[in-house]
Design a protein around this ligand. Structure first.
Ligand code: HEC
Ligand code: HEC
Ligand code: HEC
Ligand code: HEC
Ligand code: HEC
Length: 366
């Protein structure tokens, strides 16, 4: 009883403190928000990607056209989350507002996302460009060749861990860095393929994931799913990326009589009280680098004799953090990245890799 009273007191006290903080914050909100939303470097202090593009035409075109880096401050999904966070006044204040995002997503004012200068270093507009090459870009390249360089933005320990995965991977043993895979696959290597790439529909994950050894013996469906990427888990991102294997059981007329699903993701809880922003990882079912996972699905007994065909689809979902892995609230659902069909009478695979019109990912990206 005493404990309950104390708990209630503590909660009321916390509420009071939060209300006071919200009041103070509201009073100074416009100033604070203006300060927090300041870009990391002012427009004019740097040259911008277009200038680099006057000489590095191909690299510029590749970055501009395909790379997700080029839209990391302008993409609708990013702006949505920024706005939503701003509605959670106190949390936004604690986190430091948009400036916190810009630390990795790039500055706002030029609105160029992660541009040439974010990675290679700012080229001051009052210094001749080739001088900047000599003093900054040439010596800077060595630092940019290690996986640690990508980890500066791509690793949020516990949540988003391609670097942590990589450290323990087969690729690391072979000396294959992030750059070796992600930048060696295309001509000049600045497209950075991934789930969100603009090239997503043409070449994502072809051959990177496979579903094999499919066996149906009523009431059980057995199969093996494999992540052929030797560098990190799939998805490589955090809890907002979900890979799903969807099963649709159909009768002779083609009507769906049963559905099942297995997801591969990191699941998290939310910060208590605030109800927004991940607090801690509570389950991790991502496919580890090189992992082969056996899965078994079971049908209800009343469906015996009714299943004529089983369709398997593998695809990606993107959800917001506060949706805690709820696929119904997905921002984005990818096209199938793998489709298979099992015909029941002969229990064999009718067709594998039905999606064949896509270009293959270059062999180096493995
Ligand atoms: C006037 C043309 C020109 C512009 C503009 C230009 N570059 Fe270059 N850049 C070059 C040339 C030429 C080389 C090759 C130098 C060499 O091989 O020694 C080069 C090489 C580089 C390299 C490799 C570094 C090295 O020397 O090993 C980087 C990185 C680079 N540029 C980045 C940039 C960025 C970022 C910008 C925009 C801020 C930019 N460049 C703008 C001409 C230009
Ligand atoms: C996400 C970070 C990132 C961004 C954004 C980026 N680069 Fe690079 N760039 C790298 C890395 C890493 C290397 C490889 C370093 C090495 O191996 O020397 C590289 C290499 C280069 C090179 C030398 C090798 C080559 O392919 O000729 C040039 C030139 C270059 N970048 C220019 C640019 C330009 C121009 C832009 C903008 C259009 C740009 N980069 C955007 C990370 C980046
Ligand atoms: C300055 C921070 C920063 C650095 C350094 C950086 N990235 Fe990124 N990268 C990002 C951000 C932010 C995004 C997501 C942009 C978005 O979708 O809004 C991204 C997106 C990507 C994507 C696409 C992901 C997807 O799901 O489609 C790949 C692949 C990628 N980066 C690889 C790399 C590699 C490899 C390196 C090292 C050479 C690197 N990045 C360095 C910030 C960075
Ligand atoms: C052995 C090769 C290899 C290495 C090493 C590697 N990757 Fe990847 N990565 C891939 C492949 C293949 C994909 C799938 C991309 C596709 O199909 O377009 C991928 C996807 C990604 C994605 C986007 C997909 C997702 O699931 O969200 C990110 C981000 C990424 N890698 C970051 C990194 C970083 C950071 C490193 C270094 C710490 C790294 N990768 C090292 C091969 C590699
Ligand atoms: C520590 C670096 C870092 C910080 C800080 C960060 N991000 Fe990101 N964010 C990334 C990287 C890297 C990716 C790409 C992840 C991938 O594809 O695996 C990403 C991806 C995203 C995506 C998914 C983009 C898409 O593809 O649709 C959204 C949305 C996003 N970030 C919003 C935000 C917002 C809003 C903030 C600030 C509150 C923020 N991020 C802060 C590094 C960061």
């Amino acid at each position: 009883m005493v404990r309950k009273v104390l708990l209630l007191l503590a909660i009321s006290l916390l509420a009071l403190v939060l209300m006071a903080a919200a009041y103070v914050y509201k009073e100074s909100k416009s100033e604070a928000v203006a300060f927090m939303n300041e870009p990391r470097y002012e427009l004019g202090e740097h040259q911008g990607a277009e200038v680099c593009g006057t000489c590095h035409e191909e690299l510029y075109a590749e970055w501009r056209t395909y790379s997700r880096h080029a839209v990391s401050t302008s993409a609708e999904s990013v702006l949505d989350v920024m706005e939503e966070l701003e509605e959670h006044t106190i949390l936004n204040f604690i986190l430091g507002g948009r400036n916190m995002c810009y630390a990795c997503h790039g500055p706002e004012a030029p609105n160029e996302g992660v541009n040439c200068e974010t990675c290679h270093g700012v080229a001051p507009s009052d210094v001749p460009i080739m001088e900047t090459h000599e003093t900054k870009y040439k010596p800077g390249r060595e630092r940019m060749q290690g996986a640690e360089f990508c980890a500066e933005c791509h690793e949020i320990p516990g949540f988003v861990t391609p670097y942590g995965d990589w450290l323990q991977s087969e690729a690391a043993v072979q000396g294959l860095t992030c750059q070796a895979c992600h930048m060696g696959a295309t001509d000049s290597g600045h497209a950075y393929h991934g789930f969100d790439s603009f090239v997503m529909n043409e070449s994502l994950y072809e051959g990177d994931l496979s579903v094999d050894d499919i066996r149906f013996d009523f009431p059980t469906l057995d199969l093996t799913i494999e992540n052929h990427i030797s560098g990190h888990s799939v998805p490589a991102g955090g809890p907002t990326r979900i890979l799903a294997l969807e099963l649709s059981y159909r009768d002779v007329e083609g009507n769906e009589v049963h559905r099942d699903m297995e997801t591969f993701a990191k699941y998290h809880s939310l910060v208590p009280v605030l109800g927004f922003w991940p607090a801690k990882i509570i389950a991790d079912t991502q496919l580890k680098s090189g992992e082969q996972r056996q899965l078994s699905f079971s049908l209800p007994p009343e469906l015996e004799g009714k299943i004529a065909k089983i369709q398997l689809v593998l695809r990606f979902y993107e959800v917001a953090d506060e949706h805690e892995g709820n696929l119904e609230n997905a921002y984005h659902v990818s096209r199938p990245i793998l489709e298979e069909e099992v015909h029941v009478p002969d229990r064999t695979l009718a067709a594998s890799h039905l999606i064949s019109e896509r270009a293959a990912v270059p062999q180096t990206l493995r």
